[in-house]
Write a protein of this length. Structure first.
Length: 240
C-alpha cells in the first residue's frame, strides 16, 4: 500500500543552544568530581567559602552550582549548610547519563552504551516501518546509494550514521525519539574515540543500512527484526 507524506513533513529542529552561565564551570567541575568518585557518596563537599576561593567566583555563583547539583540528585543539603554527596547511580534524573558521558566518560560502561545504541535503532525501525512514506523511502534509498558509491571515503561514511538514523527517527513522527536521536549523535560527536569504536568497519554498516532500506521498501514489517538479527552477535558477546 502506498503511503503519502503527511502534512507538516518531518518535525523541525527548533532546539536553541543553551546560554552559558557563570555557574557552569563550577557545576561541571563538581559534578565531574562526584561522577568520577573523587567525592564519595556520604562525604561532604567543601564549604561554600572554600569553593568560592577555589574557583575564584562569588558565593552566589557557588550556590547556583550547588542548587543544580541538588536538583539532579547529586548532593543533598541546604543553602549555606553542608552539602552531602549522594550516589549518582541512585539518581532518577536522566541527565546523569549525559553528564557522565561528558564529564566522566571513563565511568560509562561501553557495553551499556553500545546496547542502548543498537536497541534504540531497533525501536526507531519498529515505528518507521509503520509510518515511513514512499517519498521518504526513495529519499533514504538515495542516501544509502550515494554512500555505497563513496565507500572509499571513511569520513563520509562515518558522518552518514548520524544522517541515516536521524532521518529514520524523523519518519517515526515521534518528536521525543527524534530529539533523543539528535542528542545521542551530538554526544558521540563530542567523543570521537568512542564514536570510532562504535562505528568502525564502514562497509559492514553500509551493508546493514542497505538491508534495512530494502526491508522497508518491501513493506513486510521485518526491518526492525532484520536489524536485530544483524546486531544480535554483538549483544550476545557480552558476558553475563
Amino acid at each position: 500500500m502506498t503511503k503519502k507524506r503527511q502534512s507538516g513533513g518531518q518535525p523541525a529542529d527548533r532546539t536553541a543552544p543553551r546560554r552559558i552561565l557563570a555557574a557552569d564551570p563550577v557545576f561541571d567541575a563538581l559534578a565531574g568530581a562526584i561522577l568520577r568518585g573523587k567525592y564519595q557518596p556520604g562525604s561532604a563537599l567543601p564549604p561554600e567559602r572554600e569553593l568560592s576561593a577555589l574557583f575564584n567566583v562569588s558565593r552566589l555563583i557557588v550556590r547556583q552550582a550547588l542548587h543544580r547539583l541538588r536538583e539532579m540528585g547529586l548532593v543533598s543539603g541546604g543553602q549555606g549548610g553542608q552539602n552531602t554527596v549522594l550516589d549518582p547511580d541512585a539518581s532518577n534524573d536522566p541527565h546523569i547519563v549525559a553528564l557522565t558521558m561528558q564529564l566522566a566518560p571513563e565511568k560509562t560502561d561501553e557495553h551499556d552504551v553500545a546496547e542502548r545504541q543498537l536497541l534504540g535503532g531497533m525501536m526507531l525501525l519498529e515505528l518507521a516501518q509503520m509510518r515511513i512514506t514512499d517519498e521518504e523511502l526513495d529519499e533514504l534509498d538515495g542516501m544509502v546509494r550515494a554512500m555505497e558509491e563513496a565507500t572509499g571515503d571513511n569520513r563520509k561514511v562515518s558522518g552518514f550514521d548520524t544522517k541515516f538514523w536521524t532521518f529514520v527517527a524523523a519518519t517515526t513522527r515521534n518528536t521525543v525519539l527524534l530529539r533523543e536521536a539528535r542528542w545521542w549523535f551530538q554526544m558521540l560527536a563530542s567523543q570521537p574515540e568512542r564514536r570510532r569504536r562504535f562505528y568502525d568497519r564502514p562497509e559492514l554498516r553500509l551493508a546493514i543500512y542497505r538491508g534495512i532500506v530494502d526491508s522497508l521498501k518491501e513493506r513486510n514489517g521485518q526491518a526492525a527484526a532484520r536489524f536485530l538479527a544483524a546486531v544480535h552477535p554483538v549483544l550476545e558477546a557480552r558476558e553475563p
